[in-house]
Design a protein around this ligand. Structure first.
Ligand SMILES: Nc1nc(=O)c2c([nH]1)NC[C@@H]1CN(c3ccc(C(=O)N[C@@H](CCC(=O)O)C(=O)O)cc3)C=[N+]21
Length: 298
C-alpha cells in the first residue's frame, strides 16, 4: 500500500482563491483593502525566504502588503517601536513578527505587545487564552495558523477527526502547545496525546494513533514500524541535515519517507502543512477584516 497524499500545495491554492473573492467582496462593499504586515529582524536566509513567501501570497489574494525589516542588532526598543507603529496603522489589518527573534530580544514581551485584534499568527496570550477558555464556542479570535492548517488539510481531503486518537509530537508554541485545545473542541472531538522529548515510550504512543502530527523538528523521528497501518500522518517539523560529503545541508522532515508504505494518508514536507500555514495566515487577516467590517456596519 502506498499512502494517498494530503496535498498542501493544491489545497492552499484553493483556499487562496476563496480568500481572493472575499477580499474583492470587502473592497466592493466599500471597505479598506485588508493589509498584512511582516516584521523581520536580522538576515537569516530561511526567515527571509518565509517572509517573501507570505508577501507573494498576499499579492495573489489582493492584500495590501507592508514589510518591516530591522537589522540583526536591533534593540528591544527598536522592535517595540515597529510593533507600536503597526498597532496604530489603519492600513495594517494583521501582522506577524517572524520567529525566532535574535537573542537580545525578549520574544514574549514582543508577542504580548501585538494588538490581539491584529495578531495574524494567533499567538498572542489573549488569543491563545481565548482558545483555551472558549473551547466550545464559535471562532471569534485569530487561531494559530499551523494547527488550523493541519485540521483544514485533513478536512478538505474528506477526513473526519471525530473520535480519532491523535498523537502530537512536539511541544513548541506554534504547534504542540495549542493544537490540542483546537482538536478537542466539540466540532472536531478528537482525543489528543501530546508527546515530546521527555516521553518515556514514544513508539508505544505512535503505534496506537489514528493520526500522527509530527512537529518535533527531529529528522525522521516517525519510523514505519511505529505507525499503525492505515493511519494519517502529518509531517510538520523540519530540520537541517548536514551532508557528510560536505555538500549543501538539506531540509528533512520529522517523518521517515518509508512511512508512506504503512500510512493511508501522508502530508509531505515540503508541499504539505507549510503552504497551508501560509494560507491560514492569510485567512486570519481576511477574517480580522471581515470582523472589523461587521462591527462598522452595526
Ligand atoms: N511568527 C511566525 N509565524 C510563523 O508562521 C512562522 C514563524 N514565525 N517562523 C518560522 C515558522 C516556519 N513557517 C513556515 C511557513 C511556511 C513554510 C512553507 O511554505 N514551506 C514550503 C517550502 C518553502 C517554500 O516554498 O517557500 C513547503 O513546505 O512546501 C515553511 C515554514 C512559519 N513559521
Amino acid at each position: 500500500m502506498t499512502a494517498q497524499i494530503l496535498d498542501g500545495k493544491a489545497t492552499a491554492k484553493t483556499i487562496k482563491e476563496e480568500l481572493a473573492e472575499r477580499v474583492t467582496r470587502l473592497v466592493e462593499g466599500g471597505h479598506e483593502r485588508p493589509g498584512l504586515a511582516t516584521v523581520l529582524v536580522g538576515e537569516d536566509p530561511g526567515s527571509a525566504a518565509y517572509v517573501r513567501g507570505k508577501h507573494r501570497d498576499s499579492e495573489q489574494i489582493g492584500l495590501h502588503s507592508i514589510q518591516k525589516h530591522l537589522p540583526a542588532d536591533a534593540t528591544q526598543a527598536d522592535v517595540e517601536a515597529v510593533v507600536d507603529e503597526l498597532n496604530a496603522d489603519p492600513t495594517c489589518t494583521g501582522y506577524i513578527v517572524q520567529l525566532p527573534l535574535p537573542k537580545q530580544i525578549d520574544t514574549d514581551a514582543i508577542l504580548e505587545r501585538i494588538d490581539p485584534a491584529k495578531d495574524a499568527d494567533g499567538l498572542h496570550p489573549m488569543n491563545l487564552g481565548r482558545l483555551v477558555l472558549n473551547a466550545y464556542t464559535e471562532i471569534t479570535t485569530p487561531l494559530p495558523c499551523t494547527p488550523r492548517a493541519v485540521i483544514e488539510l485533513m478536512e478538505r481531503h474528506g477526513l473526519d477527526l471525530r473520535g480519532k486518537d491523535v498523537v502530537v509530537v512536539g511541544r513548541g508554541i506554534t504547534v504542540g502547545r495549542s493544537i490540542g485545545a483546537l482538536l478537542t473542541r466539540r466540532e472536531y472531538n478528537a482525543t489528543v496525546t501530546l508527546c515530546h522529548t521527555g516521553t518515556t515510550d514514544l513508539p508505544a504512543h505512535l503505534r496506537r494513533a489514528d493520526v500522527i502530527v509530527a512537529a518535533a523538528g527531529a529528522a525522521h523521528l516517525v519510523r514505519p514500524e511505529d505507525v499503525k497501518p492505515g493511519a494519517i500522518v502529518l509531517d510538520v517539523g523540519v530540520s537541517r541535515q548536514e551532508d557528510p560529503e560536505g555538500g549543501k545541508a538539506k531540509l528533512v522532515g520529522d517523518v521517515d519517507p518509508a512511512v508512506a508504505e504503512v500510512a493511508a494518508w501522508i502530508s509531505p514536507n515540503p508541499g504539505g502543512v507549510g503552504p497551508m500555514t501560509r494560507a491560514l495566515l492569510m485567512k486570519n487577516v481576511v477574517e480580522s477584516a471581515e470582523r472589523a467590517a461587521a462591527v462598522s456596519a452595526d
